[in-house]
Unconditional design. Structure first.
Length: 354
């Protein structure tokens, strides 16, 4: 009885939280023969609870797909010189196609891990950035390096729309160098973070481009009705603007208790952020940040919905006071599920409505 109670208390301290319910606790056991030590470099959660995980095994990365039916390495017969994955993993709205950015280019996989096509950087897609899905069947990417560089930055970026067979459908030229962004599969709009330039939005249905002089990073949620902006230095405040029915946008804020924005629900109003304690020495200009907990907040109301204690990856070095990198997180499209992944562990939580 004493042993059982100790195990229960240990479990509650390690994986407990408020406003969430643990529904799956799985171990990754399909990294490959003889591989016992690895870390998680990326994670993505689909609409039907399929989890895509990018495992880092030394200098090699492997894409693992995990669901209630089991787990397997995606496309284990892929070319040896192709880097399979990175932190940028994007499920399609239906959860049947996975687009993956890597150092080698873009890979597109079916839900059972079969590689359907590749867009290698060797085909002229230098400086490639996966932006996300703009509708049910098509995704967007940006390319920007190449001729016409000014002080290491491209004059323009080409945004391209591909389908799941890697066939090109559309392309637009966007001024400046796009290095990150987010897309809405419901509205078809893309928010783009640009070096030396303000955030720009591209409407893939009309081709219209507009500029927003707010923040330095962007996330799009709630079917394209919410856009969240934040800075990228020190502790930041996240400001989310929601427009609907032609009325003036309402604003919800979070912070300043985080050093970056986390994933946002594409068709819901929730976002997950990593709360930190942060300090900066004015004399040495050194910075210190200590992760405290995961917080799920509602970008429409500003309310905190749930909290979870931070867990750290024991095998992935980090720069936070010598500690390892925290588990990585993602939300389901509706924001009703949260996945945390690190080391060989994958935890799936339900986030009930209040």
């Amino acid at each position: 009885m004493k042993v059982c109670l100790t195990l229960l208390l240990t479990f509650a301290m390690a994986y407990g939280g408020t406003g969430v319910r643990l529904v799956m606790d799985s171990r990754v056991d399909s990294a490959g023969p003889g591989i016992q030590s690895f870390s998680v470099a990326g994670v993505a959660l689909s609409v039907d609870r399929q989890v895509a995980i990018c495992l880092e095994v030394g200098q090699v990365r492997r894409l693992v797909l995990l669901s209630g039916a089991g787990q397997h390495v995606a496309d284990p017969a892929s070319d040896g010189d192709w880097q399979t994955c990175s932190s940028k993993l994007r499920w399609s709205p239906a959860g049947d196609i996975l687009a993956v950015e890597s150092a080698s280019g873009i890979g597109v996989f079916s839900r059972d891990g079969v590689r359907s096509c590749l867009l290698p950087i060797s085909t002229g897609l230098d400086g490639i950035v996966l932006l996300g899905w703009v509708d049910r069947d098509r995704f967007a990417l940006a390319t920007g390096f190449g001729p016409g560089l000014i002080h290491g930055y491209a004059r323009d970026t080409v945004v391209r729309i591909y389908d799941a067979t890697c066939s090109l459908h559309q392309a637009w030229t966007v001024p400046g160098r796009v290095y990150a962004g987010d897309a809405s599969p419901m509205s078809g709009e893309i928010g783009m973070q640009r070096r030396l330039d303000p955030i720009a939005f591209l409407d893939t249905r009309t081709g219209a481009i507009r500029q927003v002089d707010t923040g330095e990073s962007v996330r799009i949620g709630d079917g394209g009705r919410i856009a969240c902006f934040a800075g990228n230095k020190g502790t930041i405040t996240i400001r989310c603007y929601r427009s609907e029915g032609g009325r003036p946008p309402s604003v919800a804020t979070f912070g300043p208790r985080t050093v970056g924005m986390g994933p946002i629900a594409t068709v819901g109003t929730r976002q997950v952020v990593l709360e930190v304690s942060y300090s900066r020495n004015l004399f040495s200009e050194s910075e210190k940040s200590e992760p405290r907990r995961w917080i799920i907040w509602d970008c429409k109301t500003g309310d905190e919905v749930a909290q979870l204690k931070v867990q750290f990856q024991s095998t992935r070095p980090g720069t936070i006071r010598g500690r390892a990198t925290p588990f990585l997180a993602d939300l389901s499209p509706a924001g009703d599920l949260l996945v945390l992944a690190g080391d060989d562990r994958v935890l799936l939580y339900e986030i009930p409505d209040r």
